[in-house]
Write a protein that binds this ligand. Sequence first.
Ligand code: 3PG
Length: 216
Amino acid sequence: MYCVGEMIERLRKIGIVPVISLPSVESAIPLGESLLAGGLACAEITFRTAAAAGAITALRIRFSDLLVGAGTVLSTRQAAEALDAGAQFLVAPGTNPTVVDFAHERGAAIFPGVATPTEIELALAHECEVLKFFPAEAIGGVKLLKAMTAPYRQVQFIPTGGIEPGNLASYFQIPQVAACGGSWMVKPEWIAANRFDEIERSAREAVALLDSIRNR
Ligand code: 3PG
């Protein structure tokens, strides 16, 4: 049976959530192969392209060891499509209570986006305790997140937006950071040019960096 708690624990262990907009369903398999070859067993496929649902299904069928989520889920229609496709978690840039409640009714994990204390409280009121801190760098980065974690000790965050190798370590200094999201290791131009070798290399570097941060 599907267990949200176990999935979140898996996500915490992986620590990095690659955020990917795929131009075609065909690119899903080479993407999954390159992420896994680089040691990064997670993919958040955004609903910014028409390929999202098909790509999620393809990844779920092919790779049992890849944790596959849906990103940029803005409506209950997209949430339903994502879950029907096999998404193991949903991510949204903001906190839409209708979408959050729908996901929970379906027994699914959703990480809604928050940028302010009021939004955190809205998400808490809808029983979400793992939240996307978005857009992390643009709204104040580590300084803002540190200040916001103080009153909300039970909340875990997935900072996303403007995160790259140079600032990754600073986010993991905050104990409530469960994972960090980003697109730096899955650049759209690499996918467009079929440079999956670059994705594998970049994923491997990201995993090595995270290991070194966690073992400090
Ligand atoms: C996004 O929604 O685009 C993600 O948060 C990724 O942000 P990034 O491209 O700045 O890593």
